[in-house]
Design a binder for this molecule. Structure first.
Ligand code: BG6
Length: 297
């Protein structure tokens, strides 16, 4: 583990492209500026907080109320939920944090490389019994890969999500395509109702918290920002769609009361019935590739 910023910069820094510094709350972060994009990734939680391809508005949403503390998750960007999703804590850890430990752990930067499709950073962590790696490539597209290895001598099961917060112009005006006719679990209000999406795209008129059983590519159409966002994925059988709306926003201290209309989470995940079981030594990869297209209003 690198113990100081000068060492980290010496190992991985690239003049005018990649540098490491203390960010919000003194937490270390990598700042990336290439001819294709700007991006920021914190070591705390291996948390991508910014990605803006040139010529576009900011893609990821961040709450102005986010904590930047060693023992709290960052609100916005791409939190990694692991080794469980939401409140699905194992019986052995009833006091464990919401969405698992990955987003409140200090990860280690282990690799930085410049390639044709952008700048790649790799971070590593151990969350027993798993070894985890998160590789993020920022360029015209955003590519993320979460690799999980069972480092124990017995089978082990996990849930995971790349809990991506997108900036939208106004939630009431966006639509989500690609989940038509899919089964989902509706968890609004803490319930667990089995539902089926009709043949229409998803639109938003109230709190929405759904885990879809789906491997499909999803597209968010946002006429207000004249863009659509496409999320392609592999190794993922669940897609979570979330907007907290009015009351839930007010109940979260790290989420502004009025911020909900400007965000939407579409999460590449494996959770609930799609939790992943790994034999000793086995590895699982989940990837998400996010791209933007301009569209007319
Ligand atoms: C979503 C869940 O993924 O994350 C919601 O589906 C949850 O139920 C939300 O409220 C935020 O969770 P947290 O732990 O970051 O407040």
């Amino acid at each position: 583990m690198h113990t100081d910023l000068p060492t980290l910069n010496r190992h991985f820094g690239i003049e005018d492209v990649l540098s490491f510094s203390a960010g919000e709350g003194g937490l270390w972060r990598a700042l990336i500026t290439t001819d294709k994009c700007t991006a920021e990734i914190y070591r705390h939680g291996a948390h991508l907080t910014r990605w803006r391809p040139d010529g576009h508005d900011e893609v990821l949403w961040m709450s102005a109320k986010s904590n930047f503390l060693y023992d709290m998750p960052i609100r916005g960007g791409v939190p990694i939920c692991f080794p469980w999703f939401g409140g699905n804590k194992p019986a052995s850890d009833p006091q464990g944090p919401s969405h698992g430990y990955a987003r409140i752990r200090t990860w280690e930067f282990i690799e930085a490389r410049q390639e044709q499709d952008g700048m790649t950073l790799v971070l590593r962590n151990t969350i027993e019994p798993f070894e985890t790696k998160f590789a993020v490539t920022v360029g015209d597209k955003l590519k993320m890969k979460l690799t999980v290895t069972n480092a124990s001598k017995t089978t082990a099961t996990f849930e995971a999500a790349l809990h991506t917060y997108f900036t939208v112009s106004q939630i009431r005006g966006v639509s989500v395509h690609g989940l038509e006719n899919a089964d989902y679990i509706d968890t609004v209000g803490g319930g667990r109702r089995e539902m089926k999406q009709d043949h229409n795209p998803i639109t938003f008129t109230a709190e929405t918290d759904r885990t879809y059983a789906s491997t499909a590519t999803v597209r968010i159409d946002d006429p207000g920002l004249s863009r659509s966002i496409t999320i392609e994925k592999t190794g993922s059988n669940s897609t979570v769609v979330w907007n907290p709306w009015v009351d839930k926003s007010k109940a979260m201290s790290d989420f502004g009361d009025e911020e909900w209309p400007g965000m939407l989470c579409v999460e590449t995940a494996n959770c609930g019935a799609n939790a992943v079981t790994l034999e000793p030594g086995a590895t699982h990869e989940m990837t998400a590739v996010i791209s933007l297209a301009r569209r007319s209003k």
